[in-house]
Design a protein around this ligand. Structure first.
Ligand code: MEV
Length: 417
């Protein structure tokens, strides 16, 4: 990965060529990356209703990631400055102690059918008696999954109490392979719902997947060498910052927001359902009844900092919008990833890296120092500073401790004379 060192100092074409070589992109794929609009109107019009155009966001590459002993470059789509630099820096520090070790569980999606007006004791037994028939019927909805021995695998029943009434929840577990699987899960639920009604004699109130993916958990951990981060004093400060998040939900939300900066950036780049990812993550953070950080931090015997993350993550590498959006396919190719399990390991590791970077910055220099340089750059661009003068104007603004559009305009005039 040495070729990626000082990636930020390279120009656009140099960066593109490094990515092309690393991920073995074709000429056409390179052209697609070079184009500023890579989603045609027709494609956009297919994806949503009433399309009037497309909306671009920056796509950047976080470098230095080593996850389960394999090197990765991470495509990230995000509007916020500093996130990509912070991830790359955190990954570089993690590498010293072997990088990230990540693991993901089964890729199961769960559909729910809510039934009322039935005798729960009797119907649960009836459903279990008919389990194979229901599963077979559900699986008749998908030849693709059945062919690869995936698809509906199990049915279970639960009851919930709503305003004093017992409601039956029939839950169907679907092995969705490398897909996110929302469509197939919802289709299966709708397909089997009349059969469930027939078996139970009740009425189906609604049928839909749950976005709380507790059968799609992912964990990642990494060691951050104390010598790289200012020694044990900084390690202790980070541990205290973590404990504050454990004990104050106002801080825990911001702590988790930083984690989501990483998770959502790579999810955007690969066209995942980011709303589902967010909803599941926050539900998990609050699973004990108290909203807690998604990461945990401790010291090892060496007094190095050890971080880990655990969350439900539902992602896909095939199906849905991934088959439609050319950049989603391309970003997956940049990642050199085919399986949803590997993708979720990478996403969780990026979330952990991001959290480390935020905590490290917060307990040392603060986050504004890094932010301000990019902010100053944005202001210089907005003030109309010529490309070749931007660095000088930015450095001058920082030196003068006056990062403002007025100062950028004033400094810009110096170049005109
Ligand atoms: C900013 O987008 C994210 C942080 O606020 C996260 C945190 O405070 O942990 C820096």
């Amino acid at each position: 990965m040495n070729e990626f060192s000082k990636f930020f100092k390279k120009n656009k074409m140099e960066r593109l060529h490094l990515v092309k070589n690393f991920s073995k992109l074709t000429k056409d794929e390179l052209l697609l990356l070079e184009k500023l609009t890579n989603l045609e109107f027709q494609q956009a019009d297919q994806m949503i209703e009433n399309a009037i155009g497309t909306f671009s966001l920056p796509l950047g590459i976080a470098t230095n990631f080593r996850i389960n002993d394999k090197d990765y470059i991470i495509p990230m789509v995000i509007e916020e400055p500093s996130i990509i630099a912070a991830s790359s820096k955190a990954a570089k520090i993690a590498n010293i102690k072997g990088g990230f070790k990540a693991k993901s569980s089964t890729q199961y999606s769960m559909g729910q059918i809510y039934i009322n007006n039935c005798n729960l004791d009797i119907v649960t037994k009836q459903i279990m008696k008919n389990k194979n028939k229901i599963l077979q019927f559900a699986n008749s909805k998908t030849h693709t999954l059945s062919k690869i021995k995936k698809g509906a695998k199990n049915i279970s029943c639960r009851e919930i109490n709503v305003d004093g009434n017992q409601i039956l929840v029939v839950e169907i577990l679907v092995d969705v392979g490398n897909a996110m699987g929302a469509n197939i899960t919802n289709s299966m639920c709708e397909k089997i719902s009349p059969l469930i009604e027939k078996i139970t004699g009740g009425n189906s109130i609604m049928k839909i997947l749950t976005n709380y993916y507790t059968s799609r958990m992912v964990t990642s951990s990494a060691i951050f060498d104390k010598k790289q981060i200012g020694g044990e004093e900084v390690v202790n400060k980070i541990l205290l910052a973590y404990k504050i998040a454990m004990n104050d939900k106002y801080r825990a939300v911001t702590h988790n927001k930083g984690i989501m900066n990483g998770i959502i950036s790579i999810s955007n780049a690969t066209c995942q359902d980011t709303r589902a990812i967010e909803a599941a993550a926050h539900a998990f953070a609050a699973q004990t009844g108290k909203y807690l950080p998604l990461t945990t931090w401790k010291k090892n015997q060496n007094n190095d900092l050890v971080g880990s993350i655990k969350l439900p993550l539902s992602v896909g590498t095939i199906g849905g919008i991934i088959n439609v959006h050319p950049m989603a396919k391309l970003c997956l190719k940049i990642l050199r990833v085919k399986s949803a399990k590997t993708l979720s390991c990478i996403i969780a590791s990026v979330g952990l890296a991001q959290n480390f970077a935020a905590l490290y910055a917060l307990v040392t220099d603060g986050i504004q120092k890094g932010h301000m340089k990019l902010h100053a750059k944005n202001l210089a661009v907005a003030a109309g500073v010529k490309f070749e003068n931007i660095d000088v104007v930015v450095n001058k603004m920082i030196q003068e401790d006056d990062i403002s559009i007025n100062n950028a305009k004033k400094l810009q005039k110096l170049f005109k004379n």
